[in-house]
Design a protein around this ligand. Structure first.
Ligand SMILES: Nc1ncnc2c1ncn2[C@@H]1O[C@H](COP(=O)(O)OP(=O)(O)O)[C@@H](O)[C@H]1O
Ligand SMILES: [Mg+2]
Length: 313
């Protein structure tokens, strides 16, 4: 088993990962460094190359170029028993009982059956699913079955957890359960890597994130850094809304749907000059608020820029 220097700081490192399908580079030189103990998001639109990247990181498929190291192993499969994985395509044996399905997934990662069954019952109880411990998978709702599969991916207490679009297909109750599970796993000491195209979860959970579009990494940093790629936005409400106001606002101003106010990007020099112009013209200030755009807006901008560069996003 090869080890690399700095493997304790980063649970996972990858550089220059490339994967071609039918001559198309669907992953085109992706770098990734996931700090040990972090919750790390891989964000990107459908078809961006997220699943292909995760599969290469886990050694399920081999990259055409590039290197990776998972928990210090340059052959990721050597770390298999220390890793948990929820694949994008879900599925459990319909005739297994929930606790057996969980124990079964644990056994595939080297956990003994009795311990798996015991832990499964405790985990289901903790997640509020205690009544379904002995229910067959086919009797469970789709969201519940997916959550059971998720428990199966952590029952062997992995050091590294990879979840591919874990929120998709879950109702709001199970989405919240999942967020709770991610936080509990992090608190246990696990490093977590998950992919998503839903920004709200990423915004709440991620310590760091990478945005992938068109097979390339377009951004890497914290949620705050991603949001910081966009200027602050001001929302202004005049005493007397009038069409003439638009000409006094910075470029990119948008009128509210109800016509009562405007939103505009805060210029680098601030809003004072703009407000001065509005007051001088007699429009007054009935309301003013300034806020940082959310991760969703930053994501749309970063992915949109990637598409405009001509790379299919
Ligand atoms: N086994 C495969 N054979 C051919 N094309 C594939 C295969 N797997 C994925 N692709 C293509 O690669 C691109 C990226 O897919 P994927 O990694 O699943 O993206 P994401 O998970 O971000 O939605 C898509 O265009 C997809 O159709
Ligand atoms: Mg995918």
């Amino acid at each position: 088993m090869d080890t690399i220097v700095g493997a304790d700081r980063f649970a996972l490192t990858a550089s220059g990962l490339v994967k071609r399908f039918g001559g198309r580079r669907v992953v085109d030189g992706v770098d990734l460094q996931v700090p040990t103990g972090a919750v790390y998001g891989v964000l990107g639109p459908n078809g961006a190359g997220k699943t292909t990247t995760l599969r290469m990181l886990l050694g399920i498929i081999e990259p055409d170029a590039g290197e990776r190291s998972l928990l210090g192993c340059t052959a990721p499969r050597d770390a298999s028993d220390r890793v948990g994985y929820l694949p994008e395509e879900r599925g459990l044996y319909p005739n297994m009982k929930a606790r057996e399905a969980i124990a079964f997934l644990g056994a595939l990662r080297g956990l003994d059956w009795a311990t798996g069954r015991k832990r499964a019952a405790v985990m289901m109880e903790r997640a509020g699913l205690g009544d379904s411990v002995d229910s067959k998978i086919r009797k469970l709702s789709k969201g519940m079955a997916q959550f059971v599969q998720l428990l199966g991916s952590v029952v062997h207490e992995p050091e590294f957890l990879v979840l591919d679009e874990p929120f998709s297909g879950l109702d709001p109750v199970n989405q919240e359960r999942l967020e709770g599970l991610v936080i509990a796993e992090r608190d246990r000491g696990a490093t977590i890597l998950f992919s998503t195209h839903v920004m709200a979860h990423a915004e709440r959970l991620c310590d760091r994130l990478a945005i992938i579009a068109g097979g390339k990494r377009r951004f890497e940093g914290t949620v705050a850094e991603a949001r910081g790629t966009l200027p602050m936005r001001a929302h202004y409400v005049p005493h007397h809304p009038a069409d003439a106001i638009a000409a006094l606002l910075p470029e990119g101003a948008q009128r509210d749907r109800d016509g009562g106010g405007w939103t505009f990007p805060v210029p680098p020099e601030g809003v004072e000059e703009t407000l001065g112009r509005l007051i001088a013209a007699g429009h007054g200030i009935a309301g003013l608020s300034i806020e940082r755009p959310g991760l969703h807006d930053a994501f749309v901008r970063i992915v949109g820029n990637a598409a405009a560069e001509g790379t299919p996003a």
